[in-house]
Design a protein around this ligand. Sequence first.
Ligand code: AHG
Ligand code: MN
Ligand code: MN
Length: 299
Amino acid sequence: MADADSASEEDTTVEAVFDAVAETAPAIRAALPGRRVESGAENPSGETALAADVYADELLAEALAAVDGVGSYVSEEREAAVDAGGAVDEDAYAVAVDPLDGSSNLRSNNAMGTVVGVYDAPLPTTGRDLVAAGYVLYGPITTMVVADADGVREEVIEGDGEGGVDRSVTEPDLTLPDDPVVYGFGGRVPDWPADFTAYAREIERELKLRYGGAMVGDVNQVLTYGGVFAYPALVDAPDGKLRLSFEANPIAYIVERAGGRASDGASPIRDVDPDGLHDRVPLYVGNAELIERLEAALA
Ligand code: AHG
Ligand code: MN
Ligand code: MN
């Protein structure tokens, strides 16, 4: 366990990480219109990367590697961790990033974002090693949700980045509403296993469908209105689609800090011990009662 001095030092590093993420937001947003095309490269998960994915990754790698206290930068777009000049141990952090989540929404001009997890151990590791997590959401406005030792907050980010960014805290204590309202389930219905389909049929009768195809946008709706988001295990893809280190764990940390739960269908996502940096997991997050019902349905 870190002592008091290193704990305050760590808080400073976490703060500096999200300062750096906020400061890249205007440039990433401004780059989107000209980078809707495929880059010609594939990412380590075998998916075609857009020019916007590559650009966001380069900007974030440079900004985050420059933060004192960050020992390595790990990205959905890169095979291996990038050394950021500090051995990841009790003093340095590994920062894991999905530079642009939901980039397939760029063609259709729908929401997308950046996901960040701050781990105090080298990756691959479990989500129990997260000390903070957050995401930037590029919607009608640019917001950033940050979960850390103090709780969960939402900020609005304004400015063109030339003279820095203007940040205002719009929700200092973001918590999941008690009464759930929305749900969003990924994948194709014919590919859902029968037990998840039965659960979905129940939820469809209770909540409103809100599925936009970008995890950050869909999770942000759950955090705002209460409910459940899932990218489930599929019949032909039992590990689902989302990556543990860059997507599931950071989102799980945020949702748990906001009073909800995050499961792989059987147990907490943050207990999953990955083999590699790019392992995929099924992800079910939201109000505790809805996740308890989900785990019972898949048992
Ligand atoms: P990414 O753009 O980083 O690859 O993430 C896309 C993910 C996630 O954002 C979303 O929940 C899911 O893909 C949507 O998948 P489908 O297109 O199969 O619905
Ligand atoms: Mn993603
Ligand atoms: Mn991505």
